[in-house]
Each structure stands twice: as structure tokens, then as C-alpha cells.
Design a protein around this ligand. Structure first.
Ligand code: FA5
Length: 350
């Protein structure tokens, strides 16, 4: 064992006692200095080999240090015991009367909640829920919906096209893209199901757009389609007013403005009176008192033809609403990007 002086022992042992967190650690310190082979014990044992004067002086100091260390260890041991509340059997003690911690339970994302609510409302009005693929063919997304090829109308919907080998030579039924709306499911559904029919098509859509407070590259649409022998704009107005009343849990005024979509004729945009200011004008509606929420119109005869129906026999309305924007209005959310940020501080509020 290396020779070690009393001053060094006092400093080192003092620090180690202070640092000890458990009784085990403290015991190791005790053994290192005061145990059989401990540093201080070694010094005490070697006293009798020293000359008398040195032995008396050294003996006194070594015994004082022994007492000092024993006291320090006993004091620390008491502190540790108090902290860990050791029972007499040596087991960890815990207070069974302390109230437990409630586990945090998750819930559905606000967009999922809104989608479910929309589904519930439409189902109660006799609509079924239809689905379609997110990776869609150019034919269903555009051609079948009466978008003429090379027509600038296709650019209305900043499309994310899929890279394919010799793409230019492929027919539009084989050219792939990320669907820009859920309208293609109109044709897919009619091909498989005979009218009369009422469906909604909720789903994820994609657009190559710069994001801002009200635009995302990935968002949700709820498409609606009703086909029967005698369907008019009046039917559409009644259904959509009922939907909005139940979704927002208050009566809202709506207005129809003439618009253009290749797959509806006539087409219109639907605005509703701003739920924030009740039509008085605020920053959300940009002082207009009205907010644009969806596109709609009467199904174009060419869409019926592309789906295999005779347009002379059938009429219908279709609409496409942005679910994200609808949810933003319902909960007064100022930035669409909050839905996709995964920030729990935002999500736990719903
Ligand atoms: C359409 O997509 C049409 N398919 C809607 C339609 C269906 C019209 C059936 C007629 C008949 P539009 O591009 O306007 O239309 O999009 C519909 C809604 O999606 C908009 O009113 C808006 O609420 C929402 N929207 C559009 N772009 C974005 C975006 N980048 N981020 C979030 N929401 C968006």
C-alpha cells in the first residue's frame, strides 16, 4: 500500500463521505480508510515502529482523525437513512398513502375528430362513406373529371406528379400522381354503384404549394356527391346548411358565388358568414364578413358519361370542402401548419 499522510486522508475521505449517496458507497469509504486494510488503520498499526516522540505526536493526530472520520460517517449514514427511509428490515420504504400519478391518456387528433363528426352528420342524412387511392392515375384525377388535356385548368391544382419511365408515352390511365382532390372517387364510385346514391369521400390530398397559415402541401378534403333523377341546387343548399349548422353547432348564413370547375356546370364557391365575428368583419375573414370554404356545382354531363351513365337520365350535385380550414374555423386556429407539427402543447387542447 502506498504511504499516505494524515492530511491527504482527511481531505480525500472528507470529500468521499460528502459525495456518498447510498449506505453501500459510504461503507466502501469506511473500508478504504478505517477498515482492516484501510489507509488510516495502516498508519495506526505502524505507530509502534516509530520513535517514541514521533509516535506520541503522530498517534494523537491519527486517533483524532479516526474519531473525526467515524463521526462524519455516522452523521452521513443518518442522513442517507433519513432520505431513503429505510425500514428496519432494510427494504425501501414508501408511503402508500401518497396519491398516485394519473397516467396521461391520448386522444384523437383534432382533424380526425372533425372528420368523424362530418361523417356522423352526413351518415345521419343518408350518405355513405366512400374511399379511394391517394396515389391516383392522371385519368381519374383529371381526364375523367372533364379537365381537357394540356388545359390550364390542370394547373389550378398544383400537382405532384410521380416520376415514371417513359412517362410521356404512357396513357393517362397509367400516369401516376398524388391526388389533388378526392373528386376522382366520384367516377370510381359511380362506375361500381348504380344511382340513386349519396356519398361523402373524406381523404388526404396533396398539392405542390408554398405553405402559409392557410395552405399546406398535404391536407384533407371531404367530397360530397348526390345523384338521383331530380336533384337541384336547392337540395345542395339544404344539405350543406344542415351540415354546417351541426358541425359548428350554430346557425350560419351561406352564400353561393358563381365559379368554375371543369367537372361541374354550373359551378360555385360557397362562403359562409364568418363564425368568429358573425359577419361583422374581422382579421380572420379579412374584414369581409364571409369565408370561402368549398367548391361545388351540378355534376357535368361529361363526368356522368365518363362514369358510364347517361346524363339525360341523371342529375346530381357535388362539393369539395377543405376539412382543415373547416376545423380551423371551428376551433379558431390561426395556422394550418399547427395540425401537422406534432406539438403536444397544441394537440392536448382538443
Ligand atoms: C377542389 O379541389 C374541388 N375538387 C372541389 C369541388 C368538388 C368542386 C366537387 C366542385 C365539385 P379547391 O381547389 O377549391 O376545389 O379546393 C377545395 C377546398 O380545399 C378549398 O375551398 C379550401 O378549403 C381547401 N384547400 C385548397 N387548397 C388548400 C391548401 N393548400 N391547404 C389547405 N386547404 C386547401
Amino acid at each position: 500500500m502506498a504511504k499516505i499522510d494524515l492530511k491527504t486522508i482527511k481531505n480525500k475521505a472528507g470529500k468521499e463521505i460528502k459525495k456518498s449517496q447510498t449506505l453501500k458507497e459510504l461503507d466502501r469509504v469506511f473500508k478504504r480508510y478505517l477498515g482492516k486494510k484501510g489507509d488510516l488503520s495502516w498508519i495506526l498499526r505502524s505507530l509502534n515502529k516509530m520513535p517514541k516522540t514521533k509516535r506520541i505526536k503522530m498517534g494523537k493526530k491519527a486517533n483524532q482523525l479516526k474519531e473525526f472520520l467515524e463521526e462524519a460517517i455516522a452523521k452521513k449514514s443518518g442522513e442517507i437513512r433519513k432520505k431513503t427511509k429505510k425500514s428496519s428490515e432494510g427494504r425501501e420504504w414508501f408511503d402508500i398513502t401518497i396519491p398516485g400519478k394519473k397516467p396521461v391518456s391520448g386522444h384523437l387528433h383534432p382533424l380526425t375528430q372533425a372528420k368523424k363528426k362530418a361523417e356522423e352528420i352526413f351518415q345521419s342524412m343518408g350518405f355513405s362513406i366512400a374511399e379511394g387511392p391517394e396515389l391516383e392515375s392522371e385519368w381519374y384525377n383529371f381526364d375523367a373529371l372533364n379537365f381537357p388535356s394540356e388545359h390550364p385548368a390542370r394547373e389550378m391544382q398544383d400537382t405532384l406528379f410521380i416520376k415514371q419511365k417513359n412517362r410521356e408515352r404512357l396513357p393517362s390511365t397509367a400516369k401516376l400522381l398524388m391526388r389533388t382532390h378526392t373528386s376522382p372517387v366520384q367516377v370510381r364510385y359511380i362506375k361500381e354503384n348504380q344511382p340513386p346514391l349519396r356519398i361523402i369521400i373524406p381523404g388526404r390530398v396533396f398539392r405542390h404549394e408554398a405553405t402559409d397559415v392557410s395552405h399546406e402541401i398535404n391536407f384533407y378534403h371531404v367530397e360530397g356527391l348526390m345523384v338521383d333523377k331530380k336533384i337541384s341546387v336547392a337540395n345542395f343548399k339544404a344539405i350543406i346548411k344542415e351540415f354546417l349548422k351541426r358541425f359548428f353547432e350554430k346557425e350560419l348564413k351561406i352564400r353561393l358565388r358563381p365559379s368554375y370547375f371543369p367537372f361541374t356546370e354550373p359551378s360555385f364557391e360557397i362562403d359562409f358568414s364568418c363564425p368568429m365575428c358573425r359577419g361583422k368583419g374581422c382579421s380572420i375573414c379579412k374584414k369581409r364578413g364571409w369565408l370561402e370554404i368549398m367548391g361545388a356545382g351540378m355534376v357535368h354531363p361529361n363526368v356522368f358519361k365518363n362514369a358510364g351513365l347517361n346524363p339525360k337520365n341523371w342529375q346530381g350535385f357535388a362539393f369539395g370542402v377543405g376539412l382543415d380550414r373547416l376545423t380551423m374555423m371551428k376551433y379558431k386556429i390561426s395556422d394550418i401548419r399547427l395540425f401537422y407539427g406534432g406539438d403536444l402543447r397544441f394537440l392536448i387542447q382538443f
